[in-house]
Design a protein around this ligand. Structure first.
Ligand code: 5GP
Length: 351
């Protein structure tokens, strides 16, 4: 057994220090990025934020709404091939902004092939809870060999050496995060995890050294957290909870005591496993929770709020483009970040 005594940081352990800036207005800030990927010839341009590939947020309705803002959606892996067919016909313009998700199960490859046969999907999101297994790496190698021109995002991991291994095995983008998610209970159930801000900083460094990219996945609760993830070096940021509760999400609106909610559950929760597999096998425990999140209407308003926040961050540090944000960032270690004295009395949260 060993102990590392370096302090590792989370989003709420830091703030971004403002810097002298010549930017006149946040309208001058561009959040668009252009990427060439390590293993493909593809050139992609857009706003590098993903809706998470969860049942609730990774929907076709989400993909068409977010594509209007050049924002990406990683579609839920359980969507049917028939629905993919319909989507590509009805929303062809949204296609450049979606990823098809897959796991490493026995039927996953065949399912992915079927989707790829009906839709020219630019990204594949190879997603497992634990990206440290040999089986995962060999699945990734096979996937790369089979789809040489598709951008592959693979994860999740939280350490530089594994980021390097995944990039060398065929990943263009490595997804970072173990345990930070809003409906994730991995840290409670297993004691495993890594504070997300430090994970992003260390993994981005490893990935960029090899010409790869990282996607910070999980743990953002405010637009400020999303800005901190980019400032820490994330090329992409994936959001679940921050996009939950909207019209475009899966599930009906629930009314309780005059308030409206939508059901949001972790993809390793009992609810998800029972829904997709009929049961939770005896050898594993649930590593996710189910929550009723306040209903929030159209996702557009939340997206504009998030993008507006990041533009404002860029203005504070003098970054004309999102690309410059991490270079212009100095984080300061803090012991308190928000003043929440009136939180119990809020009438309008401004989302
Ligand atoms: P959020 O943005 O809600 O904080 O985090 C979203 C991320 O949480 C997802 O993209 C996924 O990586 C992770 N996640 C989703 N469901 C579960 C789950 O049931 N268990 C765990 N450990 N992580 C989950």
């Amino acid at each position: 057994m060993r102990i590392e005594y370096d302090v590792k940081l989370d989003f709420n352990d830091v703030l971004i220090r403002p810097k002298r800036s010549v930017l006149k207005t946040r309208a001058d800030v561009s959040l668009e990025r252009e990427f060439k990927f390590k293993h493909t010839e593809t050139l992609w341009r857009g706003v590098p934020i993903f809706a998470a590939n969860m049942d609730h947020t990774g929907t076709f309705a989400m993909a068409s709404a977010l594509s209007a803002h050049q924002v990406l959606t990683a579609l839920d892996k359980y969507l049917s091939v028939e629905d993919w067919k319909k989507f590509t016909k009805q929303h062809a313009s949204a296609l450049p902004f979606v990823a098809v998700s897959t796991g490493i199960g026995e039927t996953d490859f065949a399912r992915l092939d079927e989707v790829m046969a009906v839709a020219a999907v630019p990204f594949v999101c190879l997603d497992v809870a634990n990206g440290y297994t040999e089986r995962f790496v060999s699945f990734l190698e096979n996937l790369r060999a089979r789809y040489p021109k598709t951008v592959i995002m693979a994860g999740n991991v939280v350490t530089g050496e594994m980021v390097e291994e995944l990039i060398l095995s065929g990943a263009d983008i490595v997804k970072i995060g173990i345990g930070p998610g809003s409906v994730c209970t991995t840290r409670e159930k297993t004691g495993v995890g890594y504070p997300q801000l430090s994970a992003i900083i260390e993994c981005a460094d490893a990935a960029h050294g090899l010409g790869g990219q990282v996607c910070a996945d999980g743990g953002c609760t405010t637009p400020g957290d999303v800005a901190k993830a980019f400032a820490a070096g994330a090329d992409f940021v994936m959001l679940g909870g921050m996009l939950a509760g909207h019209d475009e999400c899966l599930g009906d609106v629930i009314e309780e005591n005059g308030r409206k909610f939508k059901r949001f559950y972790g993809m390793s929760s009992t609810e998800s496993m029972e829904h997709h597999h009929g049961l939770v096998p005896d050898y594993r425990s649930s590593e996710g929770r189910s929550v009723n999140v306040p209903y929030r209407g159209a996702v557009k308003d939340s997206v504009l709020d998030i993008l507006g926040g990041i533009r404002s961050t860029c203005t504070y540090v003098g970054a004309h483009r999102l690309k410059e944000l991490s270079k212009r960032t100095t984080f300061i270690r803090v012991t308190r970040q928000l003043n929440d004295v009136f939180v119990p009395y809020v009438v309008e949260s401004g989302k």
